[in-house]
Design a binder for this molecule. Structure first.
Ligand SMILES: O=C(O)CCC(=O)C(=O)O
Ligand SMILES: [Fe+2]
Length: 196
């Protein structure tokens, strides 16, 4: 495990490898079979846009979150998601009540730069990000001037934990990368409020 202190504040814990090869190889098809992936539409500047990836949100019944004024109820935990949650909680040393699962079908799928800083996640969220399948560049860069850019290759069952004030000072994303095979990423989170 490598600990990376971020210059502007916050830190990363990088476990590479994390899952064994056989755990990672078994998890990918199990999740494909169990998780109801959908291409979600988001509204941006008054326009409806299809997200460039598939996703699904699972969690405890109380862990609802509010998005564009809607209170969303998570899908229930599946066997593969519960097993991975237990594995990730043991490594992170904390508990999670929800997970956002993203499926990048190929190198054309991506995630724009953002910070996971919704109020439901609390002041300094611990976000544990497990990646399966093809490795993709994960870019973390400061929101404001000063501070370093960090690029990691996430995939093949490795685990990145973002903690401390990381979400206050940095944004992260997964750019397009031509020719890459399918990848899945699970960000385990703790949602506060609504009894969760
Ligand atoms: O796919 C990744 O590695 C990043 C996912 C992410 O940032 C998120 O779900 O908030
Ligand atoms: Fe994120």
């Amino acid at each position: 495990m490598t600990r990376i202190e971020l210059q502007r504040g916050g830190f990363l814990l990088f476990h590479d490898p994390f899952l064994t090869r056989s755990e990672a190889d078994a998890s990918f098809p199990a999740l494909l079979a169990e998780v109801p992936f959908q291409q979600q539409t988001i509204r941006l500047f008054g326009k409806s846009i299809l997200q460039p990836r598939l996703s699904a949100w699972h969690g405890d019944a109380g862990a609802s979150y509010t998005y564009s004024g809607l209170s969303l109820t998570p899908n229930p935990w599946t066997p593969a998601l519960s097993a991975l949650r237990a594995r990730v909680e043991a490594a992170a040393g904390c508990t999670f009540n929800s997970v956002l699962v993203n499926h990048y079908r190929d190198g054309d799928d991506s995630m724009g730069k953002h910070a996971d800083d919704e109020p439901e996640l609390g002041e300094n969220p611990v976000i544990a990000s497990l990646s399966l399948g093809a490795r993709r560049k994960f870019v973390l860069e400061p929101k404001h001037k000063g501070g370093e850019k960090v690029t990691l290759e996430l995939g093949e069952g490795n685990l990145l934990v973002m903690a401390g004030t990381t979400q206050h000072h940095y944004r992260h994303g997964v750019p397009k990368q031509a020719g890459r095979e399918a990848r899945m990423n699970l960000t385990f989170r703790r949602i506060f409020g609504s009894g969760g």
